[in-house]
Ligand binder design. Sequence first.
Ligand SMILES: [Zn+2]
Length: 591
Amino acid sequence: MWNLLEIRRRYDLRIYLFIVVVFSLLLLLLGRMVQLQWIQYKKHFTQSEDNRIHISPVYPTRGVMLDRNGLGLAVNEVSYKVTLIPERVENLDETLAALQTLMGWDDQKISKLKKQIKKTRADRASLLMDQLPWEAVAPLAARLHHFSGVDVVAGTHRYYPDAEQTSHVVGYLSLVRDVDIKEGYLHMEYVGRSGLERILESRLHGELGYKHEEVDAKGRRVALLKTVAPKMGENVQLSIDAALQKIASKALGKRTGAVVVMDVHTGEVLVLLSKPGYDTNKFITGLDTVQWNEWLNNIEKPLLNRVTQAAYPPGSTIKMATSFAGLAKGVALANGSTQCEGYVELADRKIRCWKKEGHGKVDLHDALVHSCDVFYYELGDALGMGALSSEARRWGFGEKTGINLPPESRGILPKERPSERRKKWYRGETMITAIGQGEITVTPLQMARFAAAIANGGLILRPLLEKGEPTDVVKKLDVPEEHLQKIKQGMRDVVASQTGTAYYALSRAHWTVAGKTGTAQVVMMADDEERTFSDARKHQDHAWFMGYAPFEKPEIAFAVFVEHGGHGGSSAAPVARAVVDAWADKQEAVN
Ligand SMILES: [Zn+2]
């Protein structure tokens, strides 16, 4: 017999079992829920967000550089790039193989890309090809849906229309390096590396924009959600006249040298040419090591900016500074005359005038016109090294011009004493300094500024590279008008007098020119020294011509330098002629 108690107990047990089963099931469900909702929550959430929105940078268009007439010196050309985001590619080898067939890439390109992609972060775009015209990317653009993770991006690339001629002023860009990325640049950006591209980087660069895109799970773009437009960089108008620069370049031809032309009133630089130049466009397309090494080791040093970074003995072009010093110090010879027999005797040696038979009786005017060395040996001897050096410094030598194109050379001026051990300069050293040899070197830019300062009555101007920039007078020299007129007339007769050293090159120029030739010896030779070296070009003299025009109402000043070019009158002066004629014709046409 079941008693009531027994029935009751069995009933309780069944309820108990039922509860256990139900609770177990509940727990299982709960567990699964926790697993789904909690543990895997994060993964699913990010995946779904990632599938929805992808934020990518929109690169700004770099500001262009124009010449003073609006001609492009550094411009942007529309082009396309092909990019690949590694984590969005299902099978990299297959994708690259398909791209190879479609784009016609060789195996070398593919293996190079594989290495590059390996280095790229999985969620960052890797640049496969750059600067392609539309025709080259059109087949890929039409089939992009077959290439998940691959994209064709429209943009611009830098182009330098006169690359070789403007390389030293405009400079160049190149693709970002790791060090730039650390400074905040993004992948695939270009950075200014030299010249004004480097110096004006912050103005030219512009500001990044952003693109929020909806993409599907495979990375294919579904919709554009939002764009923050990039801000284009500033366009900069330079003071350079591209046409005049081209004429200067053509006149210099294949020779190594420099040409500078400046506005004598504003300091604006119209021509800044250093030859040889180099093709800056090669930095944009990706410069190879072979080319870079060729430039680096080239004996003519194409990467060197000879206008600002190279200093050379000024030769006879310094004779105006020596003259100003003589006039200012009231040295008798400056207002008198001497007899040039072709040399001066100093102890047991002879220091020669360039004209072996001598110039006969010469005063300051004759000495400038015929470039008599003996007159200046004697004037220098009377002045002493200190006076020569400080007069040259007054006219802006031995110090940077301050042009916004660093690095810049100061050149060398003789110090008060030659060295710690020697108290005084030898007389011979002072004499050759008076004719621009020995311990004195100047840059072509300093020389052009010197010519401008003589033309404008003693204003030492900072050379400017942007059109319309406010004129910056570094200092105003106190030069008596009488002294200025004397020097200016001498410089005029260098060109106008039939016996002047630049008569043949410039007497029939389209504007009246005043100037001075210079032939700077690479190796200074005393009388008793023999020419022991070969006649190789590197031992030839440097040729200078500096001056201004028109003589009556100066507008431009210039310096032409031909490295190992021989004589100033025959080598450098004709380049000045080409520049002056072109500028004169242009001004006459305008007026
Ligand atoms: Zn002489």
